[in-house]
Design a protein around this ligand. Structure first.
Ligand code: SF4
Length: 354
């Protein structure tokens, strides 16, 4: 698979992970448990890590959340990012608690207080994401943007202004994000940032929606950027279990050729030639491979028209026969015929051997 060229951004360290300068585009998510419920938050972080998440953000809305951060940071398998709004003392507390990065929006903290956070972060070698959202721009300023593209450029200019202010306060480890829920605004914002600065970019759309709608919207918004080499980390924001965000992010990275993580499952749309319940078989295979991180290709095909060809080119595959059974393939070779009931276990057994 051809790879999209990556634009060169600065290196920013987030715990043991590295962002920017051609390093892999990292997949991240955010917990949706009350952070102060440290046990539940850690359990969700572990599930995210198992699914392939590489950085995790937790909301820090109050002092109780700050108080449990040392425990979360200590036990988390992933670098922890503190998400702060309105109160800069929470950011200072999070930095003291040992988080790897803080996410702030100087638009709601104020520039002077953001500079205090920047100085503390620089001293502690903690990265800072400056996150500007379309919804957080001052209404008067926002009204000056007459088109989605103009809104995007306004967000980018605002983020750059904040970043320069914090850089002059001594902060070097800066990541930028400019999130809107509208695709054209996001494209314009990130493209302008990539032209004007070398800070790593965190890609995402905000308030993207349900699992299906949000994944499609995010793919529409982020794929052009990824194909242009823009972006160093991404989050697919879904109104769903955060674990679902990881699979969606991996699929977007794989489809754009930016990074291959987890299996590529090829399946046909089925038609009048399909003699089996292919959708059910596909569902079972997807579920079984939910946590698979190897870059495998799996073909689930309905009949002999395209089935054997695709199954031969995959690492493992099933091609439907007219009697409802399947021919099982592994590494380019037909192995044997299997009944619909045995098709999935047989396929998984072959995958295990690889
Ligand atoms: S592979 Fe066969 S069953 Fe699937 S869509 Fe093509 S012709 Fe129909």
């Amino acid at each position: 698979m051809s790879r999209a060229p990556r634009l060169t951004t600065r290196v920013v360290r987030v715990g043991e992970r590295v962002l920017g300068h051609g390093h892999p585009v990292l997949v991240q998510s955010m917990t949706n448990t009350p952070t102060q419920a440290a046990g539940r938050t850690l359990a969700q972080i572990r599930r995210l890590a198992d699914a392939g998440c590489e950085l995790v953000r937790v909301a820090v809305p109050n002092a109780r959340a700050v108080a449990v951060l040392p425990k979360i940071v200590k036990s988390s398998p992933l670098p922890v990012i503190a998400d702060i709004h309105f109160d800069h003392t929470l950011a200072l507390g999070a930095i003291q608690a040992g988080v790897a990065k803080v996410r702030i929006n100087p638009g709601n903290l104020g520039l002077d207080r953001s500079r205090l956070v920047a100085r503390a972060a620089a001293k502690a070698k903690v990265a800072v994401r400056i996150g500007v959202n379309a919804g957080s721009l001052p209404e008067k300023l926002r009204r000056t943007a007459k088109t989605p593209e103009a809104l995007g450029r306004l967000m980018a200019r605002t983020a750059l202004q904040y970043a320069r202010a914090l850089e002059s306060a001594g902060l070097k480890q800066i990541v930028l994000s400019v999130k809107a829920s509208e695709v054209h605004a996001s494209l314009a914002a990130y493209r302008l940032l990539s032209e004007k600065c070398h800070w790593p970019l965190h890609l995402g759309l905000t308030e993207a929606g349900s699992e299906l709608a949000g994944s499609i919207k995010t793919a529409a918004g982020l794929s052009p950027l990824l194909l242009e080499g823009i972006g160093d980390t991404l989050r697919v924001s879904l109104t769903s279990d955060p674990v679902r965000e990881i699979r969606a992010a991996n699929l977007i990275l794989a489809a754009t050729g930016v990074r291959r993580r987890g299996p590529d499952i090829i399946s046909c749309p089925t038609c009048g030639r399909t003699a089996s319940d292919l959708a059910k078989i596909l569902q079972q295979v997807e579920k079984a491979l939910d946590r698979e991180t190897r870059p495998l290709t799996v073909a689930i095909m309905g009949c002999v028209v395209n089935g054997p060809g695709e199954a031969r080119h995959a690492d493992v595959g099933l091609a439907g026969a007219p009697d409802g059974s399947f021919m099982l393939f592994a590494q380019g070779k037909p192995l044997r015929r299997v009944s619909p009931a045995k098709a999935v276990p047989a396929l998984l057994a072959e995958l295990k051997k690889l």
